[in-house]
Ligand binder design. Structure first.
Ligand code: CUA
Length: 371
């Protein structure tokens, strides 16, 4: 008997619907393809070569701690996914509507099931929360014997100060392998975030506050980092490196960095480059520490806003670690950078000083002599 209004599609009851086999097949085929593609791409991401910021290659105890949490949680999540999706698929295919089938029995909930699927996830989450919380606290509380390195975020580069040795450097943080470093971090302007994925997780740099980050590398090596907080126009160009040296080499490095810069000899390209530095406004932002009082150009701390260039040539990257670009020589990188800094790093506080080619060549000669 036909009641007042017809159901959509001219059916009298939803149970009269015809099985939609072709569509269902198509959907499951698409789901299979999309699923396999996702799985394959996930695998290739993990195995990708030359992924400089991968979190899957921990190189020290703190990053290993995070990795050790990630994998069990990941596999638990995979298990839950397979079970839940499996149950859905079983329900969809085993109990689908068939021609001539009776209407399914209508239930109003099942207290037993509801308790079960509330308690199991709660237990899983509690199981994950305990080691995670412990790790979060452990990873930020430095060992009292750790080597202190102060990190200051600037738009758009990282500055490192070693209080024990009283040296200041930029872009490349040099650490001894096998020893814990405690980064005491703050920012000079906006919020930044110091992230060396091979050595630890991310940690904010907040103006007016000090945050701490434990860093340690098992072996000597070079690790890539990046600012991980949007901090203005050139956030994406605010990179960092950590160079872990064998302890003896680290001591040598400290000693070399403590040495003052030497004054270039008159009549050399280095000397001409130094004159460019003095007369073309570079000196208003950059410091070079000389032994000679008359040459000293150390500017007031509050006026300082560019990297200390005393040992510029000892750093394998510059300008927020964006130069030299992949496959580029240092000289070409310096030429490109000095010719027009705001063009290379939008918003850069280092202006285009309209240097001539000769001035740039001289400046490079002098900078590269500051080892
Ligand atoms: Cu500094 Cu993003």
């Amino acid at each position: 008997m036909r009641s007042g209004a017809e159901l959509v599609g001219g059916l009298e009851s939803p149970y009269d619907a015809q099985p939609m086999a072709p569509t269902r097949h198509r959907i499951s085929r698409v789901a299979l393809i999309v699923g396999s593609a996702l799985l394959l791409s996930a695998c290739s991401l993990i195995e990708i070569e030359d992924a400089k910021l991968t979190t899957f290659e921990p190189a020290g105890p703190f990053a290993e701690r995070i990795d050790g949490l990630f994998w069990p949680v990941f596999w638990i999540a995979v298990g839950v996914f397979v079970l839940v999706q499996g149950a859905i698929l079983v329900a969809v295919f085993l109990y689908r509507d068939k021609e001539g089938a009776k209407e399914a029995k209508q239930l109003h909930g099942s207290p037993k099931l509801e308790v079960l699927w509330t308690v199991i996830p709660a237990l899983i989450l509690a199981g994950v929360a305990v080691p995670t919380t412990a790790a979060v606290f452990d990873l930020t509380e430095c060992d009292p014997d750790a080597i202190e390195i102060q990190v200051v975020g600037h738009q758009w580069w990282f500055e490192y100060h070693y209080p024990d040795a009283d040296i200041t450097t930029a872009n490349v943080m040099v650490i001894p392998a096998g020893q814990e470093v405690c980064a005491h971090m703050t920012s000079d302007d906006v919020m930044h975030n110091f992230w060396i994925p091979a050595l630890n997780g991310k940690r904010y740099l907040v103006p007016g506050q000090t945050t701490f980050l434990r860093l340690q590398s098992n072996e000597p090596g070079e690790f890539w980092g990046h600012c991980a907080e949007f901090c203005g126009l050139s956030h994406s160009l605010m990179r960092a490196r950590v160079q872990a040296l064998a302890p003896a080499e680290y001591e040598q490095w400290l000693e070399a960095q403590q040495a003052p810069a030497t004054l270039p000899v008159e009549g050399t390209p280095e000397y001409d480059g130094y004159q460019v530095f003095l007369n073309k406004a570079c000196i208003q932002c950059h410091t070079v520490r000389f032994d000679d009082e008359t040459a000293s150009n150390i500017i007031a701390d509050e006026a300082f806003n560019g990297p200390d260039l005393t040992h510029f040539a000892s750093r394998n990257v510059f300008a927020g670690a964006i130069f030299p670009e992949e496959g580029q020589s240092r000289e070409d990188g310096l030429k490109q950078w000095l010719a027009d800094p705001p063009n290379e790093k939008p918003g850069s506080f280092m202006p285009n000083l309209a240097l001539t080619e000769q001035e740039i060549d001289d400046l490079i000669a002098w900078l590269e002599s500051n080892e």
